[in-house]
Design a protein around this ligand. Sequence first.
Ligand code: GLU
Length: 456
Amino acid sequence: MTVTARFAPSPTGRLHIGNVRTAVLNWLFARKHGGTFILRLDDTDRQRSTEEFAEGIREDLRWLGLVWGREERQSSRTARYDEMAEKLKKAGRLYPCYETEEELERRRKRQLARGEPPIYDRSALRLTDEDRSKLEAEGRRPYWRFRLDNSEPSNPLKPVPTLVDWVDLIRRDQSVDVGSLSDPVMIRTDGTYLYTFTSVVDDIDFGVTHVIRGEDHVTNTGVQIQLFRALGAEPPIFGHHSLLVGADGQALSKRLGHLSVLALREAGFEPMAVLSLAALLGTSEAVEPHQSLDELAKLIDFDHISRAPARFDEAELRSVNARLLHQTPYETVKDRLESMGITGGEAFWFAIRGNITFLADTREWWEVVSQPLTPTIEDEAYCRRAAELLPPPPWDESTWSKWTDAIKADTGRKGRALFHPLRLALTAREQGPELKALLPLIGPERAAARLRGEVA
Ligand code: GLU
């Protein structure tokens, strides 16, 4: 199967965790099938789209590692949209309308008062050439609607129930009744196009085989399937994934600021933690951290994505981040640690990685082993005696048990009474990485001095 998937954000803001879910599902699907992943910038809204946001989106995707094989921008394709719109106008599927927003609103109110559904009554289809010229002479500019294929031939103005069906990659059998929808606007009075139309033209032109997006687009799909057909193209395969909701079950949309990719990155989250969670939430797979996108690609299966909303919980992301780091090989973080001035090598990394949530937490343990600290002395005489019993160098991971065996034999202490004062003196902390690994990193001189209560 040839796969061409696309991720189509509008550059009207930075990416957030909800967008990441769409982006990564598309990326993994394309990867799994050896296909192409297109980045399409939906920037037809000229007021709200900016180059800065477009660059921000690219930066976010690069940080996540979601590289794209092709980039397209809708703002550079107007001539093509004009051409395709012309085709639909000729076929009578795009028709000009002249109502103002107020007129439409009044009509909707009247329909509701009569207990009718507030859908567009197609009055513009009744206009004669003469009517249109008159309206234009009054200075009215048309906007254009797509005439849905939803009526009996005997009465083209009156919609009847009309199901558009497709087999969704995720939701399986789907149907939308386009007989209950207004003919959607495709071109605004200022001549700019709406997303519903431009998206279909692009999907045709770029050979998109699979449209994977949030389930908020299900109704659009009913309309877009008709648009594909009106333009003489076979619709692609659609897959609509569930949306992320907060831990309280409420939509995430109101709180997206601190869930932007940029904010998550600045908070210290690892890209693979964000991606693992975004891809696996709401699936039958356990939400476990994965070290690479290829590993995730092997796992992802659209048959296993639940239709229920996926609950996003920041505490879960922290836990995935921590678990990811706990398994991360030294080579993966070597350069980043060195750029933080952490030169403890693999031994140090293995000693502390199980005790961090964010990579930045490494600094604290690096300071414990490499910088002077004020020890916490719980039991002065005991610590002094322990200092005297420290084995001679060279030290390795077996030093700890040799030393504590010697202390046990000498003092008769065991358990917490034996170990806790040593941890406090050596690290000034109640908890932390295994002392067996930390002790050789602290080294004989520093360890002895700390046990004697000296700042070392
Ligand atoms: N720009 C649209 C959005 O962000 C794209 C939807 C689609 O994938 O077709 O909602």
